[in-house]
Design a protein around this ligand. Structure first.
Ligand code: TIU
Length: 232
């Protein structure tokens, strides 16, 4: 019956203009929702940041993650971090600034920003299912030195719903990398956050300016509406 077939197209009410997406060619990309960025004692706090600024993104991401799971959308999580021997951590990154703890130093959630440590893991509220893809990345962008491009090609993905932290750092870097590779990126405004609210705002403006120079911006309600999932 036609009436029981799932719609494959959806229109998201986005800025700078609505965008139509083919759902089977769309993935949810959740950037770095790790304890190291979200919780006290992790990498983000060692840099001098107020980590409580990021908590607001969790509920919107959780709602869209649930919808993605319900509809069978491909879900990809990323984690920024380094190998225990730091062989993938450029000295220019490790030695930078004057953090309270450096990458690789022992902290309250294990070694700072090191794969396998408690702080490197994704927060419990958004924990990946075994069936979901987790990309470990050494840089800010999710394409640099990772298998992400191969994964997207394998699954026939053309569009990315992007959320996570932080808006102007890993989300923006990844969106710029994806845009140059031909992906349509829709960034979830309330599903991203920054330690600096003004950078969050400008980070989103930079994406959608100039006719969507890097992509589109929509809130989680608009994404859920397009996925035909109730927000209540
Ligand atoms: N410091 C900061 O704002 N972000 C990062 O270092 N990484 C990510 O954005 N994930």
């Amino acid at each position: 019956m036609l009436s029981s077939s799932k719609p494959t197209l959806g229109v998201i009410s986005a800025e700078p203009e609505p965008i139509m997406l083919d759902w089977p060619a769309t993935a949810l990309l959740i950037i770095d929702m790790q304890r190291d960025f979200m919780e006290p004692g992790g990498f983000g706090e060692t840099l001098g940041n107020d980590v409580s600024q990021l908590a607001r993104a969790v509920k919107p991401i959780s709602a869209v993650l649930k919808a993605a799971r319900d509809t069978g959308m491909l879900v990809i999580h990323t984690r920024e971090g380094h190998l225990p021997d730091l062989s993938d951590a450029p000295p220019a990154k490790v030695e930078r600034g004057a953090p309270s703890l450096r990458i690789g130093d022992p902290g309250p959630m294990g070694r700072i920003l090191i794969r396998g440590e408690a702080g490197h893991d994704i927060i419990p509220e958004l924990y990946p299912l075994d069936s979901e893809i987790v990309i470990d990345k050494p840089g800010k962008g999710a394409f640099y030195a990772t298998e992400l491009a191969d994964v997207l090609e394998k699954y026939g993905i053309e569009n990315l719903l992007v959320c996570g932290v932080t808006t102007e750092v890993c989300v923006n870097t990844t969106v710029r990398e994806a845009n140059d590779r031909g992906y349509r990126c829709v960034v979830m405004s309330d599903g991203c956050a920054s330690y600096f609210p003004e950078f969050h705002e400008m980070g989103l403006k930079m994406i959608k300016a100039q006719g969507g120079i890097f992509g589109w911006v929509a809130d989680s309600a608009a994404v859920l509406e397009a996925m035909k999932v109730s927000t209540t």
